[in-house]
Design a protein around this ligand. Structure first.
Ligand SMILES: [Zn+2]
Ligand SMILES: [Zn+2]
Length: 261
């Protein structure tokens, strides 16, 4: 049975059940929407995982209308594969950029690229290759320029602890994530129809919940205002009996208003 036939049968079935046109249209729109969202989940999960079985699982969850979609938005990997790739690339680049920006292992002075000795304690940071004369890091076994085997380094200073190193890497990781999230990288995701529908569903949901919140708070305010009006009216009614009394009250109100401001 073809897809069109299926839809036609469905329409016939719905029509014969003596629904009105509006109901039929609503049903159709709901079904189309459901199909679009489910296929969006298939496409969206492709950007987040390479595991086909996980993608089938996500689509299976997505078959449950609304609840399944919310569950998918919660359980799907928060980063797309591209975001992870670019994040990793930026992290590595930052590590490369910051390589010579360490601290002196002996006295902790801030070092800058090109330093061969620590400017504070004269600790040797780089040594000259005996073959080609290029300065390489003290811990390198071979010259990075000519491949000459370097002499064993004299004695090792206290090494930076693994925890310290991990902490530094984590920090650059966070920074890289921020950069990727702020869309500062030149990379752009390819937009397609299903993607856009999915994004607009999320946007629409956020907008709707915001609007509902606004309406609710407005209603509350109106109720309060109504009460206030009733109270003022009542007081005015009483005040008619004594004009001077009313004047006094007015003065009191304006004074109070002034205080509030
Ligand atoms: Zn130093
Ligand atoms: Zn060399």
């Amino acid at each position: 049975m073809g897809f069109e036939e299926f839809i036609l049968n469905l329409v016939e079935g719905v029509a014969s059940a003596n629904y009105n046109m509006l109901g039929t249209a609503f049903m159709l729109i709901s079904i189309v929407f459901w199909l679009v969202v489910t296929s969006w989940i298939w496409v969206d999960s492709d950007e987040r995982t390479t595991n086909k079985w996980m993608r089938f699982f996500y689509v299976l969850i997505g078959l449950i209308p609304v609840l399944g979609w919310i569950i998918y938005l919660i359980v799907r990997p928060s980063e797309t594969i591209d975001e992870i790739y670019w994040g990793d690339l930026e992290r590595r680049y930052l590590k490369y950029e910051a390589k010579d920006l360490g601290d002196c292992p002996r006295c902790g002075t801030q070092l800058f690229p090109g330093f061969i000795f620590c400017p504070n304690c004269k600790k040797r940071l780089k040594r000259k290759c005996s073959e080609c004369g290029v300065y390489v890091d003290m811990e390198y076994k071979y010259c990075t320029n000519c491949g000459n085997k370097m002499q064993k380094s004299i004695k090792k200073e206290k090494e930076v602890s693994k925890e310290e190193m991990q902490k530094q890497i984590e920090e650059t990781k966070e920074e890289a994530h921020e950069t990727v999230k702020s869309k500062k990288s030149k990379y752009k995701t390819e937009e397609n129809f299903i993607n856009r529908v999915g994004e607009s569903v999320i946007k629409g949901y956020k907008l709707l919940s915001k609007k509902v919140g606004e309406i609710l708070s407005k209603k509350k305010e109106e109720n309060v205002n109504d009460d206030e009006k009733k109270r003022v009216k009542k007081e005015e009614h009483v005040g008619k009996k004594d004009e001077s009394d009313k004047q006094d009250r007015k003065k009191y109100y304006t004074r109070n208003e002034g205080h509030k401001k």
